[in-house]
Design a protein around this ligand. Structure first.
Ligand SMILES: *Cc1c(COP(=O)(O)O)cnc(C)c1O
Length: 411
């Protein structure tokens, strides 16, 4: 990988690279540890066509967060039954466009009504899921106010009176938090979802699917503990055994974005200039905040945060020191501050870190850039050239975000 990155850096001044091998390894782990679940890929974290093709080829369906993603999943070859569209605030256009292309998951009672209207206009029954905001959180009991989903008590009422013919609730979706690394906490949480699903089986008169959402985290910072996916798989499979015996026709879905792709991605950019100012060494890089915003956001958020690790800010903020910075050459180390080429003082990727001495033209590699990286960065700011997004397939072929093949090693 290091050699390939070096070669590519002769053609590209800044780029993302996603390595298929790493994606497939993570997918294998998920499938091995949750044999009775089916998986959905949360496209919003990285919709690169190479990534989609690779993940969908492994039997994953799509967790789409917009009509655009529904269409991309359809174009990638998924059937209606494999595309689940769950997001707050779907417009009438979104609903009309997605009704025949995906399984709609209503995020509010108003949305159920809008779907009902769309179905009535077509004179066809819409089989939908509802996203439930449960009476528990990841860590404890008691629900919390949320812009996502329908509160459990309201959802119960809805399920009871849902009988007018144009809308049929055939599934439920619960997703309350991302990036959890504690298998015990997650296991307990999934068990609560399974109990909730049992109640809704009865309320809805049978469910075609239970989407248990995501939650599985990846280690970002060097001292993050890796999620024990084996232990989690064991807990969930045990809890699912009796559920599946009673409801063998209900599909159990797990979603993931980051677990599949975060670690597969790197962001590479180049030193354009170096300068000393009042005793500080600055390396000025191409496209930092605008190419990969999250390291800069982490600094900004921590600067203003009252607590050490503010929560509830995923995927904009994960944790302190969530991103690593590496050089591709060995030199004596020096203390440097990495800044970008934008005309704002907020464009700082890292402050006072140790790196081998770098000169203009040398590369910096940033880690954890496979998920919520390119998609979150404001690449239009100051009309800079956007970073390329490259996909390195297991067979060595490299393609960019438009599907063009890249000849590596040739100038
Ligand atoms: C974004 C999102 C996910 C993916 O979360 P990850 O932490 O990347 O796995 C899953 N489900 C829903 C509903 C989401 O909005």
């Amino acid at each position: 990988m290091k050699e390939q990155i070096k070669e590519l850096s002769r053609q590209f001044d800044c780029f993302y690279i996603y390595e298929e091998r790493a994606i497939l390894a993570h997918i294998r782990q998920m499938k091995e540890n949750f044999p009775s679940a089916a998986f959905l890929y949360s496209m919003k974290c990285n919709p690169h066509p190479g990534v989609l093709k690779s993940i969908f080829s492994q039997g994953f369906g799509a967790d789409a967060a917009s009509l655009g993603e529904v269409m991309m999943a359809e174009a990638a070859g998924l059937s209606k039954e494999q595309i689940y569209y769950s997001a707050p605030g779907k417009t009438r256009t979104d609903i009309e466009g997605a009704l025949e292309r995906s399984v709609l998951i209503a995020d509010s009672i108003g949305e159920v009504e809008r779907i009902r209207e769309a179905a009535r206009r077509r004179n066809a029954v819409a089989k939908i899921g509802i996203r439930i905001n449960p009476d528990f959180t990841l860590q404890g009991s008691g629900g919390a106010a949320s812009k996502f989903g329908i509160d459990e008590a309201q959802a119960e009422k809805l399920a009871r009176r849902e009988a007018d013919g144009f809308v049929k609730i055939v599934g439920i979706h619960i997703h309350v938090k991302s990036q959890e690394l504690d298998a015990e906490v997650l296991g307990t949480y999934y068990k609560k979802i399974i109990r909730l699903a049992e109640r809704f089986q009865t309320l809805c008169g049978g469910l075609e699917f239970v989407n248990m959402g995501s939650g599985m985290g990846v280690p970002y910072a060097a001292d993050d503990r890796k999620l024990d996916i084996k232990a989690l798989g064991k807990t969930v499979e045990e809890a699912l055994a009796s559920f599946r015996a009673r409801y063998p026709d209900t599909k159990i879905l797990l979603e993931t974005g980051r677990y599949a792709v975060c670690k597969s991605g790197f962001y590479i950019t180049k030193v354009i200039d170096r300068k000393e100012s009042y005793g500080k060494t600055y390396l000025i890089l191409k496209n930092t905040l605008n190419g990969f915003i999250r390291p800069s956001l982490e600094r900004l958020i921590l600067h203003y945060a009252a607590s050490e690790n503010p929560t509830g800010m995923e995927p904009l903020f994960t944790s302190r020191d969530a991103f690593g910075f590496f050089a591709l050459k060995e030199e004596a180390v020096e203390r440097v501050t990495l800044v970008g080429n934008l005309c704002t003082a907020a464009d700082v990727a890292a402050e006072d870190i140790l790196l081998p001495r770098l000169e203009p033209g040398d590369c910096i590699v940033m880690t954890n850039a496979g998920s919520y990286a390119a998609v979150l960065s404001p690449m239009q700011f100051s009309s800079q050239e956007r970073p390329a997004e490259l996909f390195l397939a297991s067979d060595g072929e490299i393609r960019d975000e438009r599907g063009n093949r890249i000849e590596n090693g040739k100038e």
